[in-house]
Design a protein around this ligand. Structure first.
Ligand code: GLN
Length: 326
């Protein structure tokens, strides 16, 4: 894809800036506190980043502020599980059905006993069990390395968030033991939870998330470094589950109003993928009752509607506004 003309770039930057301005004073929602360390986030922070598959990056606000990726890691961990274990094996451990329930629901499918999908905690813990390695350090290193390639820069785990969640994560422990009881995960429960909590505690900024998302959009190749990060044959699996399950019990409403594969996290991040075109990321730590970033949702809705990004947009007959601009 060609590099955007300077006027097209200026137009996109203007829209990103205008979206930031429009929502910067929205004060609804509350910072997550159930992981005590997350309550220290500055509720005013608000960052936006849009990265195209051509390598152009547009930012606004606090895009350099680091925060933990939390549940956004679930999309990338699912990709890794598919690559490492293949579709059939992964499908024995996790389904692809929207649960319609909260991200931390303690429930499994009635007959298969699998967690509903990999975007909720139960499914993501099952995925962590699949991608963990011989030692806890090795498994976490493998995940961080892959995320570094996707972001295009070195990343690290926030040890205080990890400790905070590990000390208080008894609901996730309950989910894991339920899955052990049902034969979905193996008996290495602590090892699996170490992998899961570590994945959630990866520190990123809004631009990192946008680059990681643009890498998914770009068939698995980082648009700036040109490094192949993900096996493209599984990206459609990941995007499909993000589309139907990425925002938990808001997923239907999201698909209706925004129409993009997406994933949110309780750290306040949210990503949206426009396949073959761009990655969009927003950070704002105040969450709604379902655990999704309030300003994150507003900013994604705004940008998707202005740029005609909805998957079934009537103007989107093979090309959207942004493809036309670039
Ligand atoms: N680490 C968090 C948890 O397991 C992730 C949840 C989220 O981001 N929705 O509760």
């Amino acid at each position: 894809m060609a590099i955007a003309s300077s006027s097209a770039s200026a137009q996109i930057q203007k829209l990103v800036d205008a979206t930031y301005e429009k929502y910067k004073d929205v004060d609804d929602g509350a910072v997550a506190t159930y992981i005590p360390e997350l309550s220290k986030a500055n509720p005013d922070h608000f960052g936006i980043c849009l990265a195209t598959v051509g390598g152009e990056v547009f930012t606004a606000g606090d895009w350099e502020q680091e925060f933990t990726i939390q549940s956004i890691s679930k999309a990338f961990a699912f990709q890794m599980a598919l690559e490492e274990r293949g579709r059939e094996e992964v499908a024995k451990h996790v389904g692809v059905e929207p649960s319609g329930d909260a991200f931390n629901a303690i429930e499994l499918e009635a007959t298969t006993m699998r967690p509903f999908n990999p975007m909720i905690n139960a499914g993501a813990i099952a995925v962590s069990s699949l991608i963990k390695k011989g030692s806890p350090e090795e498994g976490v290193r493998g995940f961080v390395k892959r995320m570094e390639k996707a972001a295009g820069r070195p990343l690290r785990i926030d040890e205080s968030v990890y400790m905070s969640e590990s000390q208080t994560g008894n609901r996730n422990r309950a989910i894991a033991y339920l899955m052990l009881n049902c034969g979905i995960i193996d008996a290495e429960v602590d090892h699996t939870l170490h992998q899961y909590f570590s994945q959630c505690s990866l520190l990123v900024n809004t631009k990192d998330l946008a680059m990681m998302t643009a890498t998914l959009a770009n068939l698995g190749v980082n648009p700036v470094t040109k490094t192949r990060v993900f096996d493209f044959q599984f990206i459609k699996d990941v995007l499909t589950v993000m589309f139907t399950c990425g925002l938990y019990d808001y997923a239907g409403e999201w698909a209706y109003r925004v129409g993009l594969p997406a994933k949110s996290g309780v750290g306040g991040g949210i990503i949206s993928v426009v396949n073959r075109q761009l990655g969009l990321a927003v950070y704002s730590p105040k969450l709604d009752a379902r655990g999704n970033s309030v300003r994150g949702i507003l900013a994604c809705k705004e940008l998707a509607s202005h740029l005609g990004l909805h998957a079934f947009e009537f103007t989107n007959v093979g090309s959207s506004f942004i493809e036309w601009l670039i």
